[in-house]
Each structure stands twice: as structure tokens, then as C-alpha cells.
Design a binder for this molecule. Structure first.
Ligand code: NAD
Length: 829
């Protein structure tokens, strides 16, 4: 397949992956971001997260230090939630500059991202000012959400025009996967390829190329959808709380639904995007134009200054613990929280075809409303596809990645039955139920799409302009994604069945990529994919991991633990342990824990490198697997920690042993004689159940080492981990020596205990927290021994197990476990 993909790259017309031969590879050594507002400052933060040097510009401050505006924006980044920075202290890495003193600094920037206020004249003035300082190879890209990229480019000097394009990030840029790239008639052929390569691999984003039309793809379809939803809300006289319940998770969309999402985005921002549609489109260019009027409720809320979350009032307002909803008729906030009829929740769980049929035929307003908004979204996407995007896949990806939808409009339509749904839409248009009388394009009913039963096929996705199915763009960077996100009809092999299976149970699959899929030396590393819910670690998973090592030691170069999607693992499977505990008592658990500990040691001392490929949560037992691996390859968005205290337990599968060992190793490598300072950080992390909020923070907590690799793009994780394992093997990998190491002993424990007493007496921790933290201190200090006593990992693991089992019979721990199992939330007792 690897070969095949390469060949496809050459054969495909229009794939501009080749740079002119006389040009060297485009490398982004430094980026300038112009504009330290909401977007610019956060984009700069994300560049720091992925280790790209960045300088952030804004206007010179009128008073005080000239960099005042930028400095204030960078300070603001530290307080923003969700945090734009992996670790807040990295804010100092953002270079500060202003247009009066520092334009010279632009000369060594390879990429300049403009993100100043949304005014054509201001942007053009700025381009004029910076033009003389732009390096001859640098790409200049605007983050505008609504202005025409082509019109912006027209005022540029000829020399810069070929290197100018649009780069549309979504807010918040660290977390939103989508970046839309837009070219102009004068953008050089390789510029978007170069930028796509950097944005994908370097920034970890999903790129969609959009045509230069108002609001591009995601905001065009998304905001038209929101306006259409508001119209249907009025028509069916529904309240915002019920609509949000219907249009959130149940519908496979962002859990905040329609109106709470608007509140979070900000109603002024939304009104701005709506205005862009109103100002730049008309009934000719968009047959849905009539429905783009600003809804009465939005006008009213804007007049009242109720701009959403930032103004503490919008469609919703909090009053103590209650959430009130806005009532347009009375202009008052009234009690909210109403839910949708349960019958629709059940309908929405049915297979797509049946679901849409039930909704369309339902009598109640809520069902009719749901069918109407889905029909509107299909209708709009089909009518506008040719003008806004190259292919239907681009629209689906844009809606998934930019609006948090599980499926884009075309995917759902196709899954539900292409022609059936098309006929329903046609009937609704004829009977005046649709928002526009514009007919569906001919390609919907006739020709290749109708014959294939949809827009996504194994050949590719429908491009209505080229009138053919087009595969995904082939760029070398995509060879780094073994299992990229796909659209259903493409029938790309999923990781669940790909490659060669070596062993499979309900809990785990051990397999290898096909030799040719993984490059010339492929198929040589065992991949262990956990299959349990939340990738929880059951005894069967542990057995599978041991088997993976055994198989790899015989015939392969290493093991990569990679389970396809989030999370890496939410921890040990408490539920699976419960029956044994009930039937046999604590001794059954002692045995199970012992087996888990043995598994961790097996991973650590395997004769081949074991690499954990982590994305999302690696909690409790997941974290313990990670720290016992020879190396970790980690997606930027990884949240790692030992959280057992939350369920009234201590880490019992080697987590505390790791903390003690790491402290001893750090002390041995330093000039300090005292081990305690090295232990404090690990102890505190475990005792307070701290979880890193990014890979960078997880590293600060000690769960990742400097030698581990952080990967910006989640879809490159497997590729990098396999290469890491192969490189380690090739370099002559041998497991670490089994060494004894020094512990802090009873004196160390006494010191920690003293601090814990203060915390308990000060009311910071409960008596049970105090008890658990005391047990953790006991284990990480090595129990009742002298300071400096040498111990083995097995010895510490025995202490760990004893602490774990003693807690299991404690009523307060049992209360925590039962609480977690029944509500999923930690019990504080
Ligand atoms: P913002 O108002 O938060 O920040 C704009 C920045 O531009 C400010 O720091 C201001 O000092 C600077 N500025 C104002 N006038 C200027 C001038 N004449 N010359 C140079 N700098 C000037 O805006 P924002 O929300 O960060 O938006 C910036 C750009 O990003 C806009 O083009 C916007 O359309 C686009 N965008 C915004 C979002 C969003 O959700 N906010 C999302 C995607 C794209």
C-alpha cells in the first residue's frame, strides 16, 4: 500500500506535491504573527506548544512601553480557559514586537500570519508597511474569516502575490482541528502544498482547502445552518433549552447544542459572521439568502448588550445554580433546563435511514423540527457545494473539524440512503417546506453519484466542478498517517482489521502492519491495540500485553501500544475486578494486582523496546503502562496522571514504585545528597491525583521524560512510534539493568507526614485523603527503613499492593468506588 500510495501521488493530476527542482524544501524556522488579539495571541501560543519560534506583533502602545499591547495579550494567555498554552510559563517564549520598532525582525521569518482586526483597509495598510521586510521565500497568509483573499492579494506588490494565501484557524486554535487554506488566482502552485505540510505535521491540524467565497466552508455552512435552525425554532415554537437538548450530543453534534454554542462563541462574533453573509451574498449567489436576515432574538439580545458567555447573559443566564433561558416575548429570563421528549432521543439512536424516516413522519413539532434542520443542511450543502469547495469530503471534514459534528451533511445523507433522502428533499421543496425553492443539483439524481449511491466512494469524493470522484490530496506528509480520518463510502481499511493479526481476543488485538504499508522495513513491530471500553486494563488486556512482548522477543523488533483512538487508557477496569472481590474477597484483588505489576515489569525489562503511543487520557493503570515502557510517543493533547486517590485507592500497579525510582535516579545524577526534594513532586502529583493538561504539563509532572517524543498531529502517532521502536532496535536496544535504588525511609515519611497534618488541620484535605496520602508517602519512601536503604522494584511493589488492598476494605474507599461506578464522578468524603 505504501508503494501504491506513492505511485498514486505521481499519477494524480492536480496534485502539486512536487516543488520545482531548483527550490529547496520549505522549512518553517520562525513565524511572525501580526495582531495580538483573540486569535493572533492564541496562534502564537500554539506555535510555542509545537516548538516553533514565534514573534508576535501589534501596534505600538500609545502610552508606556511600546510593546505594551503585545505584552498584555501574552499575560492574558496565562489566564485564558481552556488554556492556549501547554504550560503557562512558556508564555515567555513568545517574542514581543511592534510595527514601529521591530519590522526588521520579519526578515528571518519563513511564514507571516496576519490576524489583525477584520477591516480590509487596515489589513492593506499593514501589508504595505511590512512588504519591504518580507523575506523573498516567505509565505504570507491572512487569518481573515470573511474578507476576500483575492481582494486582499490585489494590493500586494507583485513579488509577494504568489506567496499570499488565506489560513483560517478556528477558535480556540490550540484545540480546534480545522484549518482552512485558501488560494487566489495568483498564489503559486506549491505554496498551499508547503503550507498544508507545515500545518498538518508541524501544527497538528486537519487541513481543508476552501474556495475564496464569503466565510469559506465551515462558517458558511455552519452559520447558514444556525440561521436556518433559528427559523425552524420560530416555526415550530420551541424553546432554546429543548432545542439544545435535541441538537447536541443526541444529534451527533457538539454537546453545547445550538444556542449555548452561540453564547460561547459570542453573539457579537456570530452577528459579524452573519453580516458577512448578508453583505457579500445576494439572492443570485445564494438562493437561501432570504433566510439570512438577522433573527429578531439575536437583534434583541445584541441591543440589550447580552453578548453571551462573556457578558454573563445571552440565550442563557446563570442565576445561582439555575440556568435561565431568554424569553423573547417578555424580554426576560425565565426558568430553563427543559428537556426534549424522550421518544426523539430513542429515534436518534436508530440506524440513519430509519432515523430520518421516523423523524420526517413524526407528528410532533420536535421531530418535525429535527427533520427540517437536517433537510435544510443537506439541501444547502448540495446547492452550494460547487461554489464553496472542491469536493463533498471537504465539506464533511470542515463540519466535523470546525463544528464538532460527528458526521458532516453528506456523510449522514449517504448513510441514510442517497436517493431516498434526495427524493424527500425534492418533495419538501415542491411543497414549500424547504427554506429555498432552489432545486437540488442534477448530479444528485443522475450520473455517477446516483449510481454510486452517494458522494463518497472508494475512488474518492464527488467534485461537482470536475464531475468526478476525487481521492484525497497526495502529499508526502500524508504518508505519515497510517489511518487518517476518512469518510464512510471511501471504505479505507480501519485499524481494527488492517494488517496481519497475530492474536485477538475481546480485550486486545496484537497485529502488524502489512510489510509494504509501513515503508521498506515494515511489518516488523508488534502493535498492541486495546479493545475494551475506554481501553480499560482488565486481566485479559494485561495477559495480551505480556503475550505481545513474548511474540516480539521471538520474531519482531519491538512493541508499540497503540489503540487507534482516544483515550490511551482510562485505567484499571474496576468493574471487572468487582465480582472477584465480592466472591473471594481481597485476596483475589491482591492476586490481580500482582499480575498487573508483573505485566509492568515485563514491559520494562522486555528484550525489545516497548513504545507507548499516547493520545488523550492515560490515567491510573494507563499511566503505569506508559511509565514502564522504554519510550513514550505522545500526541500534544495527552492528559497523563495517577488518579487513583479519586476512588480512594493508591496506584497499585507500579506507579508509586516508578515515582520512588525516578526520584532515586534524579538524585543519583545530581550533587544533592538528600532524596526528599526529588520525591516531593512525584508524591504530590500522585497524592493530589494531578493530571497533566497537555503532553508538556504531563512531562512537568514527571510522567514523560525529556527523551520522549511529543507529536503535534494525533494521526502521526503510530507512524512515529513504529519508527521509534525500529530505530531503538536498530541501535542495539537492551533493557535497563535491574538495579537496587535508595529510598527516603522513615525520616522522609515523617517529613511528608508533618506537611499532611497541616493540610488536614487547615481543612485542605479530608481525613480519608490524609489517610491515603500517608499510605502513598509510606510506599514512595520505602516503608519503615533507614534513609538511603537500597530496595528493589519488587519490594516496593509489595508495599504498594498492601496499601492498595488495605484501602479496598475501607468503607470510605468503597463509597468512592461505588460513587464513581454509578455516576462517573468522584465522591468527596
Ligand atoms: P481582535 O479584535 O481580538 O484583535 C485584533 C488585533 O488587531 C488587536 O490586537 C488590535 O490591536 C490589532 N489592530 C487593530 N487595528 C489595527 C491596525 N489598524 N493595524 C494593525 N493592527 C491592528 O480580533 P480577532 O478576533 O483576533 O480577529 C483577528 C482576525 O482573525 C480577523 O481577521 C478575524 O476575522 C479572524 N478570525 C477571528 C476568529 C474569532 O473567533 N475571533 C476566528 C477565526 C478568524
Amino acid at each position: 500500500m505504501y508503494k501504491e500510495r506513492e505511485e498514486r501521488g505521481q499519477a494524480e493530476p492536480g496534485a502539486n506535491s512536487e516543488r520545482p527542482k531548483n527550490m529547496s524544501r520549505f522549512q518553517v524556522k520562525k513565524v511572525a504573527v501580526l495582531g495580538a488579539g483573540v486569535m493572533g495571541a492564541q496562534i502564537a501560543a500554539h506555535l510555542v506548544n509545537v516548538r516553533v519560534p514565534v514573534v508576535l506583533f501589534d501596534l505600538p502602545a500609545k502610552e508606556g512601553a511600546k510593546n505594551g499591547i503585545v505584552a498584555k495579550a501574552i499575560e492574558g494567555l496565562k489566564k485564558l480557559k481552556p488554556s492556549p498554552l501547554g504550560v503557562p510559563e512558556d508564555a515567555v517564549l513568545i517574542g514581543q514586537a511592534n510595527y514601529e520598532e521591530h519590522l526588521e525582525q520579519l526578515r528571518d521569518c519563513d511564514l507571516i500570519i496576519e490576524a489583525i482586526a477584520e477591516r480590509m483597509d487596515w489589513k492593506l495598510d499593514l501589508y504595505k508597511k511590512i512588504a519591504p521586510f518580507i523575506a523573498p521565500h516567505a509565505i504570507v497568509a491572512s487569518n481573515t474569516s470573511g474578507l476576500s483573499i483575492t481582494r486582499l492579494s490585489e494590493a500586494l506588490p507583485e513579488a509577494i502575490k504568489p506567496r499570499f494565501c488565506g489560513i483560517h484557524f478556528f477558535n480556540p486554535p490550540r484545540y480546534m482541528y480545522l484549518v482552512e487554506l485558501i488560494n487566489t488566482p495568483t498564489t503559486g502552485a506549491h505554496v498551499l502544498d508547503d503550507l498544508e505540510t507545515f500545518v498538518t505535521s508541524g501544527l497538528g491540524k486537519g487541513v481543508v482547502r476552501a474556495k475564496d467565497t464569503p466565510n469559506f466552508i465551515a462558517n458558511r455552512v455552519g452559520i447558514a445552518g444556525m440561521l436556518a435552525t433559528m427559523k425552524e425554532v420560530e416555526r415550530f415554537a420551541l424553546t432554546y433549552d429543548v432545542v439544545d437538548d435535541l441538537t447536541g450530543k443526541k444529534l451527533g453534534r457538539a454537546s453545547s447544542g445550538t444556542f449555548r454554542t452561540a453564547d460561547v462563541v459570542g453573539l457579537d462574533t456570530m452577528a459579524h459572521v452573519v453580516k458577512t453573509l448578508q453583505d457579500n451574498l445576494n439572492t443570485q449567489t445564494d438562493p437561501f439568502y432570504e433566510s439570512f436576515g438577522t433573527p429578531e432574538v439575536l437583534k434583541t439580545l445584541l441591543e440589550m448588550g447580552n453578548l453571551g458567555q462573556k457578558a454573563k447573559a445571552g440565550f442563557y443566564k446563570k442565576a445561582g445554580r439555575d440556568v435561565l433561558r431568554f424569553d423573547l416575548a417578555s424580554r426576560e429570563y425565565v426558568p430553563g433546563g427543559a428537556k426534549a421528549d424522550e421518544v426523539y432521543g430513542r429515534m436518534l439512536k436508530k440506524p440513519a435511514g430509519e432515523r430520518l424516516k421516523l423523524l420526517r413522519e413524526s407528528e410532533g413539532p420536535q421531530g418535525q423540527f429535527l427533520w427540517s434542520i437536517l433537510r435544510n443542511s443537506f439541501h444547502y450543502a448540495a446547492v452550494q457545494l460547487a461554489s464553496i469547495a472542491d469536493t463533498a469530503r471537504d465539506v464533511d471534514f470542515a463540519m466535523r473539524w470546525g463544528f464538532g459534528m460527528k458526521q458532516g451533511p453528506f456523510e449522514l445523507w449517504q448513510e441514510a440512503g442517497w436517493l431516498q433522502v434526495a427524493n424527500w428533499i425534492r418533495e419538501d421543496i415542491a411543497s414549500g417546506k424547504a427554506l429555498s425553492t432552489a432545486p437540488l443539483p442534477d448530479w444528485v439524481f443522475k450520473g455517477p453519484v446516483a449510481e454510486a449511491g452517494g458522494v463518497h466512494t472508494t475512488e474518492g469524493s464527488w467534485n461537482p466542478t470536475a464531475k468526478k470522484f476525487e481521492p484525497r490530496r497526495v502529499l508526502p506528509v500524508y504518508l505519515r498517517q497510517h489511518f487518517p480520518e476518512t469518510v464512510p463510502g471511501s471504505k479505507a481499511p480501519g485499524f481494527e482489521t488492517a494488517g496481519k493479526t497475530l492474536h485477538e481476543s475481546g480485550a486486545i488485538r496484537l497485529w502488524t502492519l502489512d510489510a509494504d504499508q509501513d515503508g521498506p522495513s515494515g511489518g516488523q513491530v508488534v502493535i498492541a491495540s486495546i479493545k475494551t471500553k475506554m481501553h480499560a486494563i482488565s486481566p485479559e488486556v494485561a495477559e495480551g500485553l505480556q503475550l505481545a512482548v513474548e511474540i516480539a522477543e521471538k520474531d519482531y523488533q519491538g512493541v508499540v501500544i497503540w489503540s487507534g483512538d482516544d483515550p490511551f487508557s482510562a485505567g484499571a477496569d474496576l468493574q471487572a475486578m468487582l465480582p472477584a472481590f465480592m466472591a473471594v474477597g481481597v485476596s483475589a484483588i491482591d492476586e490481580a494486582e500482582h499480575f498487573l505489576q508483573q505485566t509492568m515489569l515485563r514491559l520494562r525489562y522486555a528484550g525489545v523496546p516497548v513504545v507507548s503511543a499516547i493520545r488523550g487520557m492515560a490515567l491510573g493503570g494507563g499511566c503505569e503502562i506508559a511509565v514502564h515502557s522504554a519510550r513514550r510517543v505522545v500526541a500534544m493533547e495527552s492528559y497523563i496522571g495517577l488518579v487513583e486517590v479519586g476512588v480512594g485507592l493508591v496506584p497499585g500497579a507500579g506507579g508509586l514504585t516508578y515515582i520512588a525510582r525516578r526520584a532515586a535516579e534524579s538524585q543519583a545524577a545530581s550533587v544533592h545528597k538528600d532524596i526528599l526534594p526529588f520525591l516531593t513532586e512525584g508524591f504530590t502529583a500522585a497524592a493530589m491525583a494531578k493530571v497533566g493538561t497537555s503532553a508538556l504539563e504531563s512531562r512537568k509532572l514527571g510522567y514523560l521524560l525529556d527523551s520522549d517524543t511529543i507529536v503535534p498531529n494525533k494521526d502521526e502517532l503510530l507512524f512515529v512510534a513504529l519508527n521509534e521502536a525500529k530505530a531503538m532496535f536498530t541501535a542495539g536496544y537492551r533493557p535497563p539493568h535491574k538495579r537496587q535504588f535508595a529510598v527516603a525511609g522513615r525520616n522522609g515519611k515523617a517529613t511528608i507526614q508533618g506537611q499532611l497534618v497541616n493540610m488536614r488541620d487547615g481543612g485542605f484535605i479530608s481525613q480519608h485523603d490524609f489517610h491515603i496520602a500517608g499510605l502513598i508517602a509510606d510506599v514512595v519512601c520505602g516503608g519503615d527503613v533507614d534513609t538511603g536503604t537500597l530496595v528493589t522494584e519488587e519490594y516496593l511493589m509489595t508495599l504498594e499492593r498492601q496499601a492498595f488492598c488495605s484501602l479496598l476494605t475501607h468503607p470510605k474507599t468503597q463509597e468512592r468506588i461505588m460513587g464513581m461506578l454509578s455516576t462517573g464522578k468522584p465522591v468527596r468524603n
